[in-house]
Design a protein around this ligand. Structure first.
Ligand SMILES: C[S@@+](CC[C@H](N)C(=O)[O-])C[C@H]1O[C@@H](n2cnc3c(N)ncnc32)[C@H](O)[C@@H]1O
Length: 209
């Protein structure tokens, strides 16, 4: 028997099931924990571009404080000791955060939390959203992006990394609709042929009174 109809069925059933699961923080966390346990995301730990975020952040904030939302294991993020003041990684997956903690990175802290409801009284020079924004619905992404400027220092900026450039255009529209300007767009050519991009966002200047 051909497996094509089964694949189509799995896709048809899978989309609404994933949408339902993602709505609940607990189920969403369990889904991500399972994926980490099965090793689905292990390849990310050795993925390229890891040195780009810090060099890019240094163009606006030398020795920055960094908030990494949806950090995963953070193993692919090259942070040289002494070149950042503090790194705080947040992820919904307890398993990913356990691995991140085991890296024993200096000047770093971690937290298990759902970024859709995340708030912090701290302010950061850089807030990173690396390969995570498309796991949120457009409404959730808008809600998050509108809150982030309150967590930035005066020199702070947001950096969004999007692997799938075809989907990135949709998010550029969302970003602009949230009162953020795209100040830098840095394309990345990956070994697998896909083209991604880093976007640096700044809160748009308030209109003159
Ligand atoms: C594709 S991985 C990217 C991980 C890392 N940022 C990187 O670029 O290597 C997506 C990550 O987002 C996390 N994530 C997805 N939805 C989340 C949410 N609502 N709150 C917090 N983390 C979330 C997942 O647990 C996963 O670690």
């Amino acid at each position: 028997m051909s497996i094509a109809p089964l694949r189509t069925m799995a896709r048809l059933v899978g989309v609404p099931v994933r949408a339902l699961v993602r709505r609940s923080t607990r189920l969403n966390a369990a889904l991500w924990d399972t994926q980490y346990a099965l090793g689905f995301w292990g390849y990310l730990d050795g993925a390229g571009d890891g040195a780009v975020p810090l060099s890019l952040i240094e163009t606006w904030a030398p020795r920055p404080t960094i908030l990494d939302l949806g950090c995963g294991t953070s193993a692919n993020l090259a942070l040289t000791r002494g070149r950042y003041r503090h790194y705080h990684g947040v992820d919904i997956s307890r398993r990913a955060i356990e691995v991140a903690r085991s890296l024993d990175r200096p000047d770093a802290s971690y937290e298990v939390a759902d970024i859709r409801a995340y708030r912090s009284l701290e302010r950061y020079d850089a807030i990173l959203l690396r390969e995570v924004i498309y796991y949120l619905t457009v409404a959730e992404a808008e809600h998050l992006l509108r809150r982030l400027p309150d967590m930035l220092t005066a020199r702070g900026r947001i950096m969004v990394q999007i692997y799938d450039v075809d989907r990135s255009q949709q998010f550029v529209e969302v970003i602009r609709g949230c009162g953020l300007d795209v100040t830098t767009r840095l394309p990345t050519d990956r070994a697998d042929g896909a083209t991604g991009a880093f976007f640096v966002l700044t809160p748009a200047a308030a209109p003159p009174r």
